[in-house]
Design a protein around this ligand. Structure first.
Ligand SMILES: [Zn+2]
Length: 325
């Protein structure tokens, strides 16, 4: 079978390797759609947050079809459509253990969730990144149609926040310099857009919110300056949710605003425990996340998909898919 493998730092190829065998509690899966994430590129470059070894098959944002099940597997059968969680105890699927970037791969029954018929393979492979955006809205304390939310940053996670906040009824203002990403944000429900790099950015948000500021601010850019500006676009008693990642950067911030605006802020990591809700929410709301996918390659050309992510920074989400998907 064909498998994408990271061979050593910076080196990757689609190789022919044996189809894996399954144990009693395991499931053999056929990849249908796999997304490439920024953390895959970190893995390729050899700087991932937990230990791993080469060669490794990446792929933690995926959908797949069940091909075969071990003798102790009771909840799944061949033909079932599934997605799977990536943090498994001390291991990370697609990082420290082989992932979904191959024609066939193995997972344990307990990691998997069945996806409803009305979600496509592509939508299934977006459950993982979307679960983070969805979780951010869960952590924004009763976000609803009375809220005006500012979303700082429209990468894959920020766009998921836009879609989830909008589906929950909030008015959404996206702050993003890229016109392409703003266009996708509007397709996913953003009501207005502002350029956070323009000198009039804060005044524009004030204008769009009738001078009140946002009732909810989501920081999804991971840029320290944006993290600081979240305090300024926030209105009185606003809820701030920080999901963008930065390690060790800094920027000046008006910290007195926490007190004078009675702000509540929290940081969140990933999407712990919310996969079943995320899938139910997607199925029920009918949110179509496919505008996030800006390029698609056949699985046999997964190496070209990786090269595209490396070369073209305007891509939002690149997928590689099996022929039958
Ligand atoms: Zn990811």
């Amino acid at each position: 079978m064909k498998a994408l493998q990271f061979m050593s730092p910076g080196a990757f190829a689609v190789n022919d390797i044996d189809v894996p065998t399954i144990g009693d509690d395991e499931v053999l899966l056929a990849s249908r759609a796999v997304g490439i994430c920024h953390s895959d590129i970190e893995l390729l470059e050899g700087r991932y947050i937990i230990p791993f070894g080469y060669p490794i098959i990446p792929g933690h944002e995926w959908s797949a079809e069940v091909m075969d099940v071990g003798s102790k597997v009771t909840s799944l059968k061949p033909g079932d459509r599934v997605v799977g969680e990536c943090v498994i105890g001390m291991d990370h699927f697609g990082f420290s253990i082989s992932g979904a970037g191959a024609e066939y791969f193995v997972a344990k029954e307990s990691w998997l969730h069945r996806i409803p018929d009305n979600l496509s393979w592509t939508q299934g492979a977006l459950v993982e990144p979307f679960s983070c955006g969805y979780y951010a809205t869960v952590r924004a304390d009763n976000l609803d149609g009375s809220d005006t939310a500012v979303v700082l940053g429209a990468g894959p996670i920020g766009l998921g926040v836009v879609a989830a906040a909008s589906a929950k009824g909030a008015r959404v203002i996206v702050a993003e310099p890229s016109a392409e990403r703003v266009a996708i944000a509007k397709q996913l429900g953003a009501d207005a857009a502002v350029d956070p790099t323009s000198p009039g950015f804060l005044e524009e948000v004030q204008e769009l919110t009738g001078g009140k500021g946002a009732s909810v601010v989501f920081e999804a850019s991971g840029k320290p300056a944006a993290m600081a500006s979240a305090l300024e676009v926030a209105g009185f008693r606003a809820r701030l949710v920080y999901i963008g990642i930065d390690v060790g950067g800094s920027a000046p911030a008006k910290l007195g605003l926490f007190q004078s605006k009675e702000l509540q802020a929290r940081g969140i990591i990933g999407s712990p425990g919310v996969w079943p809700q995320t899938i139910a929410f997607l199925a029920r709301t009918g949110i179509d996340l496919t505008p996030l996918v800006t390029a698609t390659f056949p699985l046999a050309e997964a190496d070209k998909a990786i090269q595209t992510v490396l070369d073209d920074k305007s891509q939002v989400k690149v997928h590689y898919v099996s022929e039958v998907a």
